[in-house]
Design a protein around this ligand. Structure first.
Ligand SMILES: [Zn+2]
Length: 70
């Protein structure tokens, strides 16, 4: 009866799981010391640097839209 125990302990584990699957499940927008934000996707086929967070989130959505449409 371990079915109740499938929750991940941390977002990091969830991220690792998504990365290993190679799909566009998780996007990250992280501030970088150089200025701006680095955007990356769990499919590891997408990584850009943008000036502000809103732009990063917009581009991330754009990326997932593109990859979801086949
Ligand atoms: Zn992706």
């Amino acid at each position: 009866m371990s079915d109740d125990n499938v929750m991940y302990d941390s977002p990091l584990e969830l991220m690792q799981e998504a990365i290993s699957s190679g799909s566009c499940d998780v996007q990250s927008v992280i501030p970088i010391p150089e200025g701006g934000f680095r955007c990356a996707c769990s499919c590891s086929g997408w990584e850009i640097v943008v000036d502000d967070r809103t732009e990063g989130l917009r581009r991330a959505r754009q990326h997932t839209d593109e990859t979801a449409t086949r």
